[in-house]
Design a protein around this ligand. Structure first.
Ligand SMILES: Nc1ncnc2c1ncn2[C@@H]1O[C@H](COP(=O)(O)OP(=O)(O)OP(=O)(O)O)[C@@H](O)[C@H]1O
Ligand SMILES: [Mg+2]
Length: 250
């Protein structure tokens, strides 16, 4: 199963990615976690011991220059990336983690040569046949493009019970539809009570696939840099329930 997580900034994409990754591992699966967040910290919330030392590929200027063969406005459209997973993949238990960092959008000021390398690497990783994949992204899906998004089985859009997050979620839904992605689900996070859920349902016009409650344990674990999965058994239960529903819907 290949799952991408999107949503407005700060809604809990990384937190929920971590619960889903750990839940998949607990279910006996091999997981490939891809961190494509501009300020990646999936390694920390997953409890990787060397989290602070991991450099995102997006920050490896020398490597990006070498692989893109950047020369003025010219660069390689199909850069060599097949050796990069072996060099930069992190492993903990049955979870492999690749920290890509931000893949920028096209347009003015686009770091197109660097992006060609990052996108090639992402597309290659998404084709991994033997693992379930969880992709923690920055807000939106614009930077992914049709080719990449078509390899994802499910796009989960995280929402919180406030207007800004729900408006962004609806925008992502429209963009995803334009890109031809059919399987989109909403996940509610940081919910305090039933009124919060009612508000989300009324704004989205449908029920979220899962609900993560506002959790003191999650806040405390984040502050103490503790692995999130150990802090919140209820969140793990929610994550497993979401995965079961996703599997049944395939
Ligand atoms: N259910 C929850 N209960 C309590 N705190 C939460 C919950 N979900 C997320 N948080 C906290 O909210 C903050 C933002 O969460 P997170 O980093 O997962 O969001 P994000 O969407 O990945 O952010 P960004 O857009 O910056 O990547 C974190 O400090 C996290 O610990
Ligand atoms: Mg994040």
């Amino acid at each position: 199963m290949k799952i991408a997580i999107s949503g407005k900034g700060g809604v809990g994409k990384t937190t929920i990615s971590a619960f889903l990754i750990k839940a998949l591992e607990d279910m006996g699966r091999k997981v490939l976690a891809i961190d494509a967040d501009p300020s990646p910290h999936l390694a920390r919330v997953l409890g990787f011991e060397n989290a602070a030392e991991i450099r995102p590929i997006a920050e490896m200027q020398e490597l990006l220059q070498e692989r893109s063969e950047r020369n003025g406005p010219f660069y390689k459209l199909n850069p060599k990336v097949d050796d990069l997973p072996e060099k930069f993949m992190q492993q903990k238990g049955n979870v492999r983690l690749m920290v890509l960092g931000a893949i920028q959008q096209g347009g003015a000021g686009c770091a197109c040569a660097d992006n060609a390398v990052l996108k090639s690497l992402l597309n290659m990783l998404l084709l991994s046949p033997d693992e379930d994949i969880v992709l923690d992204m920055e807000a939106g899906v614009e930077h992914l493009g049709r080719g990449t998004i078509s390899t994802v089985d499910h796009l989960l859009v995280v929402v919180q019970p406030y207007k800004g997050s729900l408006e962004t979620a609806k925008k992502i839904q429209r963009l995803a539809e334009d890109l031809g992605l059919e399987h989109l689900e909403f996940i509610a996070n940081n919910v305090e009570d039933e009124a919060d859920i009612d508000f989300i349902v009324s704004e989205l016009g449908r029920k979220p696939l899962g609900v993560f409650w506002s959790s003191k344990e999650v806040r405390q674990a984040e502050r103490a840099s503790m692995p999130l999965s150990e802090a919140c058994p209820q969140c793990m239960k929610t994550a497993k329930d979401i995965l079961k529903q996703l599997e049944q819907s395939r």
